[in-house]
Design a protein around this ligand. Structure first.
Ligand code: LLP
Length: 435
């Protein structure tokens, strides 16, 4: 459920008209709903609150990669969320948004020594180790800082799942994690290292998973490994089940509910006595955001093909170009009239900048406002400035309040990031003025 509804014929985010937002901020722009973020967090929190006592203190660590805006993170922080992070930048964002270090998980296959040192010094709760070379480097970094670090071994359970091959992470050929047998060996090695404290196991098998079976299989691998390690006298007090639960990108699409997911996890882990970490990203944020865009024009070719050209491009919302992802597209002002097929495209100079082919749409015209729904996760966080288009701004709505939570850079800001060396600043060129 979300809080984007039509009122008096105009789409609103909670109590704020998207026409008002467009007039103030311009387009394209992301708009997020606090009530929706809150609702999604609470639904999951309530589902895990129903767990038996043996699954202690579940931590919901929001995957910052889904939406790293500080205002979004601060919203979730106030609800009690932790953060799943994959870079120093994401750790810095989580801390800046008020998420305490002891609720921050650090994952990722290519953490540098500098990033590991940063995380150790910041005192993050847990570092999820993804390979033998990383374990060796972390042991050295922790020893160098004389700090003991709690680690979880990220297991590659050889169960891949997800909405697209590019977002599947748990398959044997995927770069993530270590195979179960190797993870057992590394766990024992970590236990013997002077500055590492292995506390548990982690897995994350993919994203936009709509069926619980692959998750059940992966969690079963973690359960079995936990028992094996305990049988060897090693402590396993924490299991990190990753993220991955999918969302309905169109109303009524079949996806497993958070309640079913939580019940399944509890059933697999029954009686284990472990703290559980969850790392949802999309589940909390996707349907809490829309991308607001304006129709540049409708180009009807002589052969009848209708191109709906928007002012948002693949640089603002990459998912359709990267994963053939479906995002619903709606006019902001309710529009009567028969729907006809349109090819929906952006202004970027690539054929990949196509959001949809043959999408039935009402008779929209130049200047009309529209939204892509389900854009609150992996939307703004993946946006870029390709074609020298300014980075898309973000707006957070809360009831009848709204605030610009990331401004569109002005042109000078964009150009000032580049530096032109002295030898090219000659003569009357505008580049000769010092920057
Ligand atoms: N934990 C780890 C270790 C992850 O790698 C990810 C996502 C998550 C948690 C959160 O997964 P979620 O709950 O959001 O499914 N850009 C792609 C999605 C890539 C996800 C990568 N890892 C997309 O737009 O679909």
């Amino acid at each position: 459920m979300d809080h984007f509804d039509c009122r008096d014929g105009v789409l609103h985010a909670e109590d704020v008209s998207l026409e008002t937002v467009a007039a103030e901020v311009g387009t394209p722009a992301y708009v997020y709903s606090t009530a929706t973020l809150t609702r999604h967090y609470r639904v999951l929190a309530e589902a895990v609150a129903a767990w038996p006592d043996a699954l202690r203190r579940p931590l919901i660590a929001f995957a910052v990669k889904a939406n790293g805006n500080l205002a979004v993170l601060a919203t979730l922080a106030r609800l009690g969320a932790g953060a799943d992070t994959v870079s120093e930048g994401e750790i810095r964002r989580a801390l800046a948004a008020g998420i305490p270090a002891d609720r921050i998980i650090f994952s990722g296959v290519g953490k540098t020594d500098a990033e590991l040192a940063f995380a150790v010094t910041a005192g993050v709760r847990q570092i999820n180790v993804e390979s033998r070379p990383e374990l060796d480097r972390l042991a050295a970094v922790a020893a160098g800082l004389d700090r003991t670090v709690e680690v979880a071994m990220r297991v590659n359970p050889r169960v891949g799942a997800g909405g697209h091959a590019k977002i599947t992470t748990g398959g044997a050929a995927d770069k993530f994690g270590v195979a179960p047998e190797e993870a057992l060996a590394l766990y024992a090695e970590a236990a013997a290292a002077s500055h590492l404290q292995p506390v548990g196991l982690a897995c994350h098998i993919g994203s936009q998973i709509t069926d619980l079976e692959p998750l059940r299989a992966a969690f079963g691998v973690l359960r079995e490994m936990t028992q094996t390690l305990r049988g060897q006298g090693l402590a396993v007090t924490r299991l990190d089940l990753g993220g991955g639960l999918g969302v309905p990108y169109v109303g009524g699409a079949a996806t497993a509910s958070p309640a079913d997911y939580a019940a399944m996890a509890a059933a697999v882990m029954d009686g284990l006595e472990v703290d559980i970490v969850l790392e949802p990203g999309r589940l909390l944020a996707a349907n809490a955001g829309v991308l607001l865009t304006r129709v540049v024009h409708v180009n009807v070719r002589p052969d009848g093909r209708r191109f709906l050209v928007l002012d948002a491009g693949m640089n603002d919302l990459m998912r359709p170009a990267l994963y053939d992802a479906f995002h619903d597209l709606k006019p902001v002002r309710a529009m009567p009239g028969e729907a006809t097929p349109h090819d929906v495209v952006g202004p970027v100079c690539e054929t990949g900048d196509t959001f949809a082919r043959d999408r039935p749409l009402p008779p929209v015209q130049a200047g009309d406002l529209m939204v892509f729904t389900g854009a609150g996760a992996y939307g703004a966080s993946m946006a870029n400035e390709y074609n020298s288009r300014r980075l898309v701004p973000e707006v957070l709505v809360d009831g009848d309040r709204h605030a610009l939570v990331r401004a569109r850079p002005d042109w000078d800001e964009m150009l000032a990031r580049d530096r032109v060396p002295e030898w090219l600043r000659q003569g009357d060129s505008p580049l000769s003025a010092p920057r």
